[in-house]
Ligand binder design. Sequence first.
Ligand SMILES: Nc1ncnc2c1ncn2[C@@H]1O[C@H](COP(=O)(O)OP(=O)(O)OP(=O)(O)O)[C@@H](O)[C@H]1O
Length: 237
Amino acid sequence: MLHTRDLTVAYPDGPPVLHDVTLDLRHPGVHALVGPNGAGKTTLLHTLAGHLQPTSGTIHLDGRDVTGWHPTAAARAGIALAPQGRRLWPSLTVAEHFAAAGRDETWTVEELLDMFPPLAARIGHRANQLSGGEQQMLTIARALRTTPRLLLADEPTEGLAPIIADQITTVLRDLPTRGVTVLAALPHAAAAETMADTMHVLTSGQLDCHTHTTAAATTALRRHLTLTHASDAEPHP
Ligand SMILES: Nc1ncnc2c1ncn2[C@@H]1O[C@H](COP(=O)(O)OP(=O)(O)OP(=O)(O)O)[C@@H](O)[C@H]1O
């Protein structure tokens, strides 16, 4: 459903941060993009959502070339981003976030509140009055209001208490049954294990390994850390 080929991305006036990233999500499901801080996970998700332009390479969603599309067009094509840091409007209420994001009634407010019960009790509260977990729930719920086929979730359980992280994981795991494929950026393989069907390991802007097992993902991450530390320790001439 999502296919990127040789995607290279740089920030203005900087060197490439992603190098020739070829990612193939053939089947609906929950897919994890696993990598350490600075690997380029956020950069990849933002590029898929149209917030960054690749310098080369292509992005296809369901066979359609969406490379370089404006975020609004990417959203219409079915790509939604639940960003890291949540990016909510602090002074808008939960209800106002739903109203602002709503496009059609595939995901009704009632359904979303059933999915995230803590939000139901907070419907009239402003975003800056919500807990971190409630903010994350609102971020995902708001993204679903745009009726995505692909939900990009950037570190969706970051900093949350385990019980809240479990609630969010359960919701994400269930989304493919509603026709939504999830690509979740996660910092390590253990976090991906409970959430994802496949893991794609990103290190230093390059995709390193595609796997179904935590062990293989962890090995790839350890290999990267070992190589990084070894080159850091090399004496400089
Ligand atoms: N706005 C920006 N301008 C320039 N460089 C940036 C910008 N945002 C990120 N970078 C750089 O791009 C690289 C990849 O960062 P990115 O945030 O995509 O990684 P990440 O894997 O999501 O890490 P983290 O888990 O820490 O968010 C890093 O070297 C970072 O410093």
